[in-house]
Design a protein around this ligand. Structure first.
Ligand code: C5P
Length: 303
């Protein structure tokens, strides 16, 4: 018996960040959009917990118990009083350390895969609770689509999306650590009044209507100045995408992947080609959102 689960990447179309909380986390108004770049997590019975990984930058993925996929298996096993005796194989297509929730996707994927493999049949509420313990973005990887996340970003309200949005993503030559970007946000905003994070009504309306021009006019990322401060070369990537006709250009989450909103597949091809030729990024991908959340893709995987 083998279960394979497919899990999407995300882009934050709005990321409003409050000042640091006493626990070091930041309250957010985080508008997630899942996009069609996927990792696949395959669970197979094994004598003990084992993680393997293939794909671009697989060598940068930890294979020990710090991997969110391992932590997900352990959390589910503990809850159901069994051992986490599973081999989890991750086929990575989401950029590693890219601000696209690749690690979170693997956590959500492992959880759904183990739940199906072990027949634990956890409720959606239980799965979401475990996801929230694993990381702020993991619940969204489970549900996909589009959602507003508040608190650390883990308390989700699904959002209506009235059409398909076309994106180009440019990966960078090195990664950025999410905690380091939040620390830089704290440093840059020290001594200033940081407003309470609020979802933009115009942006939610643009998503609901599928209106790409209105979405392009309202996307925002409060972590972008911090990401650019730590990685100034990203400015050239953003400029190259804008010059090629992107309707909006922004850092994805904590970066360093940059995201370009375009009108249609032809626009995506044009921006992707210009970015690839610009020499300002490592790799260029196109994807459409919204995309479904963690989904079992092996027909025989449900027991
Ligand atoms: O929740 P997660 O493990 O993904 O968060 C990684 C790091 O990002 C945290 O340790 C924290 O430094 C930062 N973070 C934050 N505020 C959030 C989410 C993440 O400060 N809402």
């Amino acid at each position: 018996m083998t279960v394979t689960v497919r899990v999407p990447a995300k882009v934050n179309v709005q990321l409003a960040v409050a000042a640091s909380r006493p626990d070091g986390f930041h309250d957010l108004a985080n508008v997630f959009l899942a996009v069609g770049l996927y990792d696949e997590v395959t669970a197979t019975p094994a004598d003990e917990l084992r993680i393997t990984c293939e794909g671009r930058d697989a060598d940068q993925v930890p294979l020990d118990r710090t991997n969110l996929a391992a932590r997900a298996a352990i959390a589910l096993a503990e809850r159901y009083g069994r051992g986490p005796d599973v081999h989890l194989h991750i086929a990575k297509d989401i950029p590693v350390a890219g601000g696209m929730a690749g690690g979170s996707a693997d956590g959500a994927g492992a959880l759904v895969a183990c739940d199906a493999l072990w027949g634990t049949h956890a409720s959606q509420a239980e799965l979401l609770e475990i996801c929230a313990e694993l990381g702020s973005d993991v619940p969204f990887s489970l549900v996909g689509g589009a959602a507003l996340g508040v608190g650390r970003g883990e308390r989700l309200t699904p959002l209506e999306v009235g059409g398909a949005f076309h994106w180009v993503f440019a990966t960078a030559v090195r990664g950025l650590s999410t905690p380091a970007v939040y620390r830089e946000f704290d440093r840059l905003t020290a001594g200033t009044e940081v407003p309470d994070p609020v979802a933009s009504a115009e942006l939610l309306d643009a998503l609901a209507k599928g209106d790409v021009d209105a979405l392009a006019a309202t996307v925002s990322n409060d972590l972008q100045p911090a990401a650019l401060s730590l990685f100034p070369e990203l400015t050239a990537t953003l400029d190259a995408g804008r010059a090629a006709g992107a309707l909006a250009a922004l850092v994805s989450g904590s970066g360093p992947t940059t995201a370009f909103l375009v009108r249609d597949p032809a626009g995506a091809q044009a921006v992707a080609a210009a970015l690839a030729a610009s020499g300002t990024c490592r790799n260029v991908r196109t994807a459409v959102g919204p995309a479904p959340g963690a989904t079992v893709v092996t027909p025989d995987g449900l027991n």
